[in-house]
Design a protein around this ligand. Structure first.
Ligand code: MLT
Length: 410
């Protein structure tokens, strides 16, 4: 008899986005006349075409593979040097991060889950609430938690509430923790962390010998130049932080997958005997054992996002989605709803009208406005009473969503 990983049985609902998909399908099945009017602003999935620079580079790379002289088989597991160097020199210029610190992957979702392979049992793990569900669920799967309580909070995790009252800036944990997940610009609240705020976390991590797992997947959407785009803008972060980033949202790569992990050599953890081991060494070992690298054409496509034309096309995409976010914020405000985020991030975090829960709001938006949003409570109990609108959509759809917000909620 094959034993299963019983930790999976502790997971509460299905993964949030498939669960939303299931409810939307049920709605469509019972309201076939309304299905065509449905607009999806739930999962943050890009809608605009892949930038031309990336498309051309991918096609060129596919042609290379069609020729015996330029054919390539397995690539380096950590990614091709051309892409690692482009990432280091563009995203981390002047921050002391080199190509050797970068591991190219098939995206941040996988990386933020897989990173747990290199950490042992018994770590105290701090998670902001609300939070991107992958961080919680992968810790449950890895056996790092106990059971969930009636609010869906897992025993053993240290939750750091992010609410309007604390301006979505979580307080430092009251107890000593070993791993801290931070995501800025934040998914789901769309809020950001200032340099002072991040310095507080880096100082905490260094003083407590903790590791920050920093998800910067939405960094490209930051408009305000004073807000850090990388944790390595903070002094000392290269001794205590691993960063995750992605081409999904800025380059429209959600379907073709490419991201990266930054693991500087000074970030270490302790073995059972107390020896300090660079986490990069373990991540490199893990990567070469369990991964054969992102595909060559996709890495060429990602590299092309850094060309002059590529940068201009990425900037256009970002302006498009950020104008969507502005329109959505404006419509919600006109409807007398309180909104957060949406200024340096493609997510708008909206307070539900008094007395309406997150899932009730999800149902109301679906049934009355035919708009799919994400219920805030799906991201954690501190998300109760909020809903998230994704700005990843066509302008036409966003204008229609704004109108429906005014028609149904004002
Ligand atoms: C989201 O909607 O939160 C994101 O699209 C999820 C993801 O990037 O995996």
């Amino acid at each position: 008899m094959a034993r299963i990983n019983d930790n999976f049985l502790k997971l509460k609902a299905g993964y949030l986005f498939p669960e939303i998909g299931r409810r939307v399908k049920a709605y469509n099945d019972s309201n076939p006349d309304k299905a065509a009017a449905l607009i999806r602003c739930g999962i943050g999935d890009v809608t605009e075409p892949l930038p031309e620079a990336a498309r051309e580079a991918i096609k060129g790379a596919v042609d290379e593979l069609g020729n015996r002289d330029t054919f390539r088989g397995y690539g380096p597991e950590q990614g091709y040097d051309f892409l690692r160097e482009a990432i280091a020199s563009n995203n981390y210029a002047g921050l002391g991060i080199s190509a050797d610190d970068i591991f190219v992957s098939d995206g941040s979702k996988c990386d933020t889950g897989n990173i747990l392979d290199i950490f042992g049992p018994g770590n105290r793990i701090a998670i902001t609430d609300p939070v991107y569900p992958v961080y919680v669920d992968t810790n449950v799967m890895a056996g790092n938690t106990g059971e969930a309580d009636e609010n869906g909070a897992y025993e053993g995790l240290v939750y750091l509430p992010c609410t309007a009252e604390n301006n979505f800036a979580p307080a430092l944990p009251e107890e000593k923790v070993d791993l801290i997940y931070l995501c800025y610009p934040n998914n789901p609240t769309g809020t950001t962390a200032s340099k002072e705020e991040l310095t507080k976390w880096v100082d905490y991590a260094k003083a407590n010998d903790a590791i920050i797992l920093y998800d910067a997947a939405y960094a490209a959407f930051i408009q305000d130049e004073s807000i850090p785009k990388s944790i390595y803008e903070i002094e000392g972060a290269d001794e205590c932080a691993i960063e995750f980033c992605s081409f999904s949202k800025n380059g429209g790569f959600t379907g073709i997958r490419c991201g990266w992990v930054v693991a500087p050599p000074g970030v270490t953890g302790a073995s059972a005997s107390g020896e300090r081991i660079p986490l990069r060494q373990l991540w490199s070992r893990r990567t070469s054992t369990k991964f054969n690298g992102a595909s060559y054409p996709i890495q060429r496509g990602a590299e092309a996002l850094y060309s002059e034309a590529g940068k201009a096309q990425v900037s256009e995409l970002i302006s498009h989605y950020m104008e969507n976010a502005r329109l959505l914020c404006e419509a919600c405000q006109k409807a007398n709803l309180t909104v957060f985020g949406g200024v340096n991030a493609p997510y708008v975090w909206v307070k539900c009208p008094e007395g309406i829960s997150s899932w009730e709001m999800f149902d109301k938006m679906l049934n009355e406005a035919q708009v799919v949003v994400t219920p805030g409570s799906g991201f954690g109990s501190a998300g109760e009473g909020y809903f998230r609108i994704s700005a990843f959509n066509s302008r036409e759809n966003v204008e229609e969503v704004c109108q429906r917000i005014l028609d149904n909620l004002a």
